[in-house]
Design a protein around this ligand. Structure first.
Ligand code: MTE
Ligand code: MO
Length: 322
């Protein structure tokens, strides 16, 4: 294991030798940890030749969408990541000098275990899963993406959140030298997001480290990003450096920027329009459907995950709490 955290989770909490993520030596690390062979199930989507590291020991998780996945090219060339520019092709063009290694994440606030951890320290002991999710941007386009990650709830519980932990706040890295978009004040930097503790620990919520069986490309939020498939895409904060458990609802970047347009919840809801456009339909991105043939499809309540998540919002007025 090459990468060490500034502080390790006590050995009673984790198996310290479990090492699945390590850009150069993860296969050796897995073999040393005895993990290779325990999770042999292959993901449905895995490609080679991308320049990204292939992830090992990825099992197929639950909740997979039945629609065909978007191509790796669609997923890595049409992005929102304002730290690299506001155009859809800016992130893949401008993120080449971003360095997602080495990386540490601070776990802070209302938990019994806190500190700064490398990624394998943060996620060790939790198995990697492939989850093919429908993703829908607030700008009314959508894709189907085969993520690789771990349920955030499985990660959080190892830090033993206190009962005061009602929300989870996330922060993106601040590196204007490597992120040209951060040199312009299009948003207040660093990008911040938040979830209620019930949302954060819901089994659909992922901390993703890969896509198509390989580590995340920079433009998709390397090395670690949030994926919340029943919410608009902006909740899926990229390149996370801080996870804070707290009692108060945290501020969120798009809500700070335009509160009348973007709320804290941001649940996909075809019945609540954005002030400047309808949310009733979406355009499925894809080389097969581009240009004149762009495919417009109806947007589903909670992006199609209502059976799993509607109970989280019973009694909440979704028009007021958008
Ligand atoms: N740090 C950060 N995270 C971010 C964004 C951003 O600009 N900065 N954009 C969000 C938006 S609006 C969307 S739609 C998704 C896009 O994720 P993708 O490019 O992997 O599809 O990332 C979200 N996460
Ligand atoms: Mo978005």
């Amino acid at each position: 294991m090459l990468i060490r955290g500034k502080r390790d989770i006590p050995s009673s909490e984790i198996t310290p030798e479990s090492a699945w993520f390590n850009r150069r030596t993860f296969v050796a690390g897995l073999a040393a940890a005895g993990l290779v062979g325990t999770a042999r199930a292959t993901p449905q989507y895995q490609i080679t030749g991308t320049g990204q590291e292939e992830l090992e020991g990825v099992s197929r998780g639950p909740f997979n969408a039945s629609e065909p996945a978007n191509s790796y090219e669609d997923i890595t060339t049409y992005n929102n990541f304002y730290e690299f520019g506001v155009g859809k092709d800016d992130p893949h063009r401008n993120s080449g000098s971003f360095k997602p290694q080495p990386w540490t994440v601070r776990v802070e606030g209302e938990a019994e275990v806190t500190g700064e951890f490398d990624i394998e320290g943060l996620l060790s002991g939790v198995g990697l899963e492939e989850r093919v999710y429908r993703m829908r941007c607030v700008e009314a386009w959508s894709m189907v993406i085969p993520w690789v990650g771990v349920p955030l709830g499985e990660v959080l519980k190892r830090f033993r959140p206190r009962s005061r932990a009602k929300y989870v706040a996330f922060q993106t890295v601040l590196r204007p030298d490597e992120m040209p978009g951060q040199r312009r004040r299009v948003l207040r930097w660093p990008y911040v997001e938040g979830l209620t503790i019930e949302e954060a620990t819901h089994p659909l919520t992922l901390l993703a480290v890969g896509v198509y069986g390989v580590t995340l490309p920079n433009q998709n939020g390397a090395p670690l990003r949030l994926v919340v498939p029943w919410k608009y895409g902006f909740k899926g904060i990229k390149s996370i450096v801080s996870i804070r458990l707290q009692e108060r609802q945290p501020p969120t970047s798009w809500n700070i920027s335009a509160p009348q347009e973007y709320g804290f919840y941001a649940n996909v809801n075809p019945e609540v329009d954005h002030p400047r456009w309808s949310q009733a339909t979406e355009r499925r991105i894809g080389s097969g459907f581009s240009g004149l043939f762009a495919r417009r499809i109806p947007t589903q309540m909670f992006n199609g995950y209502a059976d799993q998540v509607a109970h989280l919002y019973s009694g909440l007025d979704l028009r007021r709490n958008y």
